[in-house]
Write a protein that binds this ligand. Structure first.
Ligand SMILES: Cc1ncc(COP(=O)(O)O)c(C=O)c1O
Length: 370
């Protein structure tokens, strides 16, 4: 059968959902596809706080306009300030989605794209790639997580431009491996470049101490925080005026609704006050490390995270293994090009607190795959 057939995607109809499980075609399956790593999308404490908040505010369902028109609210800036401090920065702005943010932010950060070069990890998310292309700046990709290749390119090209940006993720969404953030900070300093980091998949779970040193920190609320939407954090108001005045994704889009700000506030309260929740994250991380070590003996540290790529190479093999798992009640998505590079089709396993009861079964089944 032609390869294009194996690349065709279709939507699954999820008939019902409960913690860690989804009902598809009348069959309950363990959900290893969701990015709701901590199960916060259905957290009762957050839900209660949001519902109470919604009842207390008039016009709380929608924000009514772009924030530059009548879509801003007093408490939006208050929550954003608190969020920035939570992420080790001084200022933040929220967007409705990470795609919208990445795609529109990069252009707003630079003046004349003809004087700017962007260096990005080869495997950054599509939204970053689209944002760089739309920015009009010159663009070079370095080999995934290879800082020696980044430095080689910085040596060769940096001096030809007035301004340079280095862009990476903290935890790569399809590889499940961590970038060397300290190494990136060092190169940005040595080659007078600015650092733009997307922490979408690590935030809320993995502490990455030096992240506060990057110029632009972005992340999403749709992964470990179980919500939707995104944030950009900076220091000392740097770039905030620019973003408000020049970022098309901010200017020409209805502001995120009050519900998002209320939910983010509830999430912060949970992280700040709930010791049991914090302990559950620590225990989850230990179990994630253990799963990685059993699945890939010797794998630790920068490779072991809650995102596990099980690379099979061919599209058809990957679809076949996904279908075998599904028959056993395990829903693990098959990820194929162009989402991942050619020849690296894979199962993307997302380990969450919600699906923990099925980790053992998944591990044992996968260890039998040739
Ligand atoms: C690294 C990264 N950045 C941004 C996004 C986009 O975020 P959102 O889903 O909020 O549009 C994703 C989505 O998967 C992502 O993996």
């Amino acid at each position: 059968m032609q390869r294009s057939w194996y690349r065709k995607r279709s939507l699954y109809n999820i008939e019902a959902r409960e913690a860690g499980r989804i009902l598809i075609d009348g069959k309950w399956l363990w959900d290893f596809a969701s990015n709701d790593y901590l199960g916060l999308s259905h957290n009762e404490i957050i839900l209660k706080q949001v519902l109470e908040g919604l009842r207390g505010k008039t016009g709380a369902l929608g924000s009514t306009a772009s924030r530059l028109l009548s879509g801003n609210r007093d408490y939006y800036r208050h929550i954003e300030g608190r969020w920035a401090a939570f992420r080790g920065k001084t200022d933040a702005l929220f967007f409705s989605s990470g795609y919208q943010l990445n795609v529109s932010l990069i252009r707003s950060l630079i003046d004349d794209p003809r004087e700017v070069i962007v260096f990005a990890d080869r495997l950054v998310h599509a939204s970053i790639l689209d944002g760089i292309l739309l920015s009009g700046a010159d663009f070079r990709r370095y080999r995934h997580n290879e800082l020696s290749d980044l430095e080689r390119q910085l040596k060769k090209y940096r001096a030809k431009y007035r301004e340079a940006w280095i862009i990476s993720e903290t935890l790569f969404s399809m590889e499940g491996d961590f970038a060397d953030i300290d190494g990136l900070i060092g190169l940005a300093r040595d080659y007078e470049s600015r650092l733009y980091i997307d922490e979408a998949h690590s935030t809320g779970i993995w502490e990455i101490p030096s992240l506060d040193k990057c110029d632009i920190l972005i992340g999403t609320f749709g992964k470990a925080y179980g919500l939707w939407g995104a944030y950009v954090c900076v220091d000392n108001g740097q770039y905030i005026e620019r973003i408000i005045n020049r970022c098309r994704g901010f200017i020409f889009s209805t502001a995120p609704p009050p519900m998002l700000f209320m939910a983010v506030e509830a999430v912060m309260d949970l992280y700040e006050n709930d010791m049991d929740f914090k302990e559950s994250i620590d225990s989850y991380k230990r179990k994630v490390q253990d799963f990685n070590e059993r699945m890939f003996p010797g794998r630790q540290g920068d490779k072991a995270s809650q995102i596990i790529p099980f690379i099979l190479g061919e599209d058809k093999t990957t679809l076949d293994v996904a279908s075998m798992l599904r028959q056993r009640g395990l829903f693990v998505p098959a990820i194929r090009p162009p989402t991942v590079p050619e020849g690296t089709s894979r199962l993307r396993i997302s380990l969450s607190l919600d699906n923990i009861a099925a980790w053992e079964e998944l591990l044992e089944t996968l260890l039998t795959v040739e």
